[in-house]
Design a protein around this ligand. Structure first.
Ligand code: NAP
Ligand code: ZN
Ligand code: ZN
Length: 351
């Protein structure tokens, strides 16, 4: 297959710094859309992966899966995009399209294994897929999203992963009027979760380990914010929460939060701590609680989320950086020093 060389930023090995590199993109197939990348967000999953914290990572690796830009070329059979349209790519760029999950718009659970936008087996070129820290991306139009014109592109980029990852469980567990919804951890995912849960009409309670975020959570729209390291403050919420979205990226005690649930409530894990988490029997049998999880969302739901965020004027709070600052940004993300998402201006690749 013919390929084109494009500029990118990636890493050769776990824990090695990212640097400028050239990568190959496939030639345009009849159903493919080529997108010029304007912005790409930095998710904690990018950080887990460049450190190979889940094992099995493929190097060289070009991370980035919160990708927005403009369509620069379309294949002969493309019907849903034209050159110049705003477009976005999130975590998913392919799936079997035939299994029960794909048929139900749940491509993230595809029987054949979903293809992620980076560090996933590349069906066309072999090796691994390369992500959004690059000039351009090529994907089948079925996996490309339409970005509403009114959303600010740089601050909309994080919706492609952070947004859908919290929208999907908030909807599934019925966030809305009369529901006490907890958000645990206020980083990229958590701060967008506050905004979306509030827009859905829920009463939003934030649990954070960072004293500085207690006040800021209210600015972001939370009704209440609690310093989770203070057991006294937590007591007030015992048996009050309908469900809690847990976005914490590192090992933590989930039993503390299971004990805040009403009967039939759930702690929904979306964070991906590499270490196993311990669930105590009495944290779940008492009150018929559950400890559950959720993984991004399907393509149709991602489009629905973008349209929902457009309707409610929701974007992320971002710090726009140049690609040359990406290693510093990863260090700051590791320390929790980000309010609340780094987004790379991808035109800086040509600096
Ligand atoms: P992030 O911006 O780094 O935010 C994580 C937040 O977790 C931090 O801001 C901090 O919030 C809290 N935290 C971190 N370490 C902690 C610790 N040791 N104990 C307690 N709290 C701690 O990360 P993100 O981009 O939002 O991603 C969050 C997690 O979700 C990552 O593991 C990421 O890989 C995962 N993820 C999963 C999916 C999925 O589909 N399931 C999709 C995207 C991301 P406070 O300062 O408020 O305590
Ligand atoms: Zn992500
Ligand atoms: Zn499938």
């Amino acid at each position: 297959m013919k390929t084109t060389i494009v500029k990118a930023f990636g890493t050769e090995a776990a824990n090695a710094p990212l640097h400028s590199m050239n990568i190959k993109r496939r030639e345009l197939l009849p159903h493919d859309v080529e997108m010029e990348i304007f912005y790409c967000g930095i998710c904690h999953s990018d950080l887990h992966q460049i450190k190979n914290e889940f094992g099995g990572a493929t190097f060289p690796m070009v991370p980035g899966h919160e990708i927005v830009g403009k369509v620069s070329k379309v294949g002969g059979n493309v019907r849903t995009f034209k050159v110049g349209d705003l477009a976005a790519i999130g975590c998913i760029i392919d799936s079997c399209g035939k299994c029960e999950y794909c048929n139900d718009d749940l491509e993230q659970f595809c029987d054949q294994g979903v293809t992620f936008s980076f560090n996933s087996p590349d069906k066309h070129l072999g090796g691994a897929t390369y992500g959004g820290f690059s000039e351009s991306y090529i994907a089948d139009e079925k996996y490309v999203l339409h970005v509403p014109q009114t959303l600010d592109l740089g601050s909309a980029a994080p919706l492609l992963c952070a947004g859908i990852t919290v929208y999907s469980p908030l909807k599934h567990w019925h966030a809305g009027p009369g529901k006490m919804v907890g958000i645990l951890g206020i980083g990229g995912l958590g701060h967008v979760a506050i905004k979306i849960a509030k827009a859905m009409g829920a009463h939003v309670v934030v649990f954070t380990t960072s004293p500085s975020k207690v006040e800021d959570a209210k600015r972001l729209g939370a009704d209440e914010a609690v310093l989770s390291t203070d057991a006294e403050q937590l007591k007030k919420y015992a048996r009050k929460m309908h469900f809690i979205i847990d976005t914490v990226s590192a090992k933590h005690d989930v039993n503390t939060y299971l004990n805040l649930l009403r009967h039939d409530g759930s702690v929904v894990l979306v964070g991906l701590p590499p270490e196993a988490l311990e669930v105590k029997a009495f944290s779940i049998v008492t009150g018929r609680h559950s400890f559950s999880g959720s993984n991004i969302g399907g393509i149709a739901e991602t489009q629905e989320m973008l349209d929902f965020c457009d309707g409610h004027h929701i974007t992320a709070d971002v710090e726009i950086i140049q690609i040359q600052q990406v290693n510093k940004a990863f260090e700051r993300l590791q320390r929790g020093d980000v309010h609340y998402r780094f987004v790379v201006d991808m035109h800086s690749l040509s600096n």
